[in-house]
Design a protein around this ligand. Structure first.
Ligand SMILES: Nc1ncnc2c1ncn2[C@@H]1O[C@H](COP(=O)(O)OP(=O)(O)OP(=O)(O)O)[C@@H](O)[C@H]1O
Ligand SMILES: [Mg+2]
Length: 399
């Protein structure tokens, strides 16, 4: 179920900003509105929904509207137009009391540069959000301690932030965002100030944390690598407009326009895409069928080999047209003549590794799960095509 649904959400900065709404409606660009109406478009009619438990990444160049968009979700910035539905209820229509309640119960926020108070203890920093919400002392200490434990900082609660490494400081910020046990965590460039290696660790930790606590996370970054690593879906922004929303694979393989293309052009696809992305449905046959059926199936579907799999989809082997013809002549079964040695990979095998393997075989590579069940096959052309940045031809974007 969608936890957040955003409709025509718009923010324009400047005097009497609603003037811009009809102009946006007419299709005026951000640049034209700035020039002729002296107004700044922050977000232009954003429209998307976020599923419960999803990590939704907002990406884009500096000034594209990422921070504005995220702050509109909890009305740290007041929208000029549009709706933000939280579980169906419009946040934009909430009165001050309802809005306070919404922020207190449902939303947590983590900022760049940690925003920690240097003279407060780690614990007092983690408590900060609860404190401004007026939560009484013993309760907020308990909640903050739980959050610190969640991010692996148990034992550090009485230290000061400057006694902690950058990664640990960021975790204090994370604990603060998590302390009120929110449904949604908003993270604005939360990892951008970290060293690259620590940053990677934090991304990994966030994924692990997310798997445990199942929060919905809206994560802003201008780093494509980071977006690809942690995003379930990515929204790419330009000049206040969301130009594409999709899974990391969709953004990479099917960029909506030149802007997105330029964003992703330096990505080494072979290290991002996997067998699951390029595999297609194999033509199959059950082992108990005869060679005559095999030949007929090959003719019908225009292929020269069939994958033999039992009724549980467990892969047995491959039978070629020659094998089948031979079986027919010698009155033997498919199982007797098929080839059992087939190159196999798991769905998450990177194209980089797949490619090496394919140079050593003329057969397509079978994609199987842990139980050796056939999930698909990969032919060399599909790998080459995907690496060249083309849309995956058929049965692509498999899972
Ligand atoms: N308070 C404000 N008053 C006027 N204009 C603003 C204000 N805040 C943001 N803007 C403008 O809105 C647009 C979007 O800014 P925003 O801060 O959302 O971008 P961003 O994508 O978060 O950029 P960055 O990556 O640099 O953080 C920019 O043109 C910016 O100048
Ligand atoms: Mg920003």
């Amino acid at each position: 179920m969608a936890i957040i649904e955003v409709k025509q959400l718009t923010k324009v900065f400047g005097h009497d900003a609603v003037r811009a709404l009809p102009l946006l409606e007419q299709g005026w660009s951000k640049e034209k509105i700035a020039r002729e109406a002296k107004l700044t478009v922050g977000v232009n009619k954003a429209e998307f929904s976020i599923e419960e438990g999803e990590i939704f990444v907002v990406m884009g160049l500096s000034g594209s509207g990422k921070s504005t968009l995220v702050r509109l979700l909890n009305r740290l910035i007041e929208p000029t137009g549009g709706q933000v539905l939280f579980k169906g209820k419009d946040v934009v229509q909430m009165n001050p009391e309802q809005l306070r309640e919404f922020r207190r119960k449902n939303i947590g926020m983590v900022f760049q540069k940690f925003a920690l108070f240097p003279h407060r203890s780690v614990l007092a920093n983690a408590e900060y959000g609860l404190e401004v919400q007026g939560v009484e002392k013993s309760k907020r200490t308990r909640l903050a301690m739980e959050a610190l434990e969640l991010v692996g900082l148990k034992g550090w609660e009485h230290h000061r932030p400057d006694q902690l490494s950058g990664g640990m400081q960021q975790r204090v910020g994370l604990a603060r965002g998590l302390a009120n046990d929110p449904d949604i965590l908003l993270m604005d460039e939360a990892f951008s100030a970290l060293d690259p290696l620590i940053r990677k660790d934090m991304q990994q930790e966030l994924l692990e944390l997310q798997a445990r606590v199942k929060k919905t996370i809206v994560f802003i970054t201008h780093d494509l690598d980071e977006a690809l690593r942690i995003g379930d879906r990515i929204a790419l922004m330009k000049d206040g407009v969301i130009v594409q929303i999709g899974s990391p694979e969709e953004i990479l393989i099917q960029p909506a326009n030149k802007y997105v293309e330029r964003f992703v052009e330096d990505v080494d696809l072979s290290k991002v895409l996997t067998a699951a992305h390029v595999m297609r449905q194999p033509e199959m046959i059950r082992p108990e069928r005869g060679p005559r059926v095999a030949l007929q199936l090959m003719r019908d579907s225009g292929v020269s080999s069939l994958y033999v799999a039992d009724n549980e989809m467990k892969l047995q082997g491959v039978i070629t047209a020659e094998n089948a013809a031979q079986a027919l002549k010698e009155n033997r079964s498919i199982l007797e003549v098929m080839q059992r040695e087939i190159p196999r990979v798991r769905p998450d095998t990177l194209l980089n590794d797949l490619f090496e393997m394919m140079s050593e075989t003329h057969l397509p590579v079978a994609v199987v799960d842990e139980g050796d069940k056939l999930k698909g096959i990969v032919i060399k052309g599909a790998v080459l095509s995907a690496l060249a940045g083309n849309a995956v031809p058929e049965g692509g974007l498999g899972s």
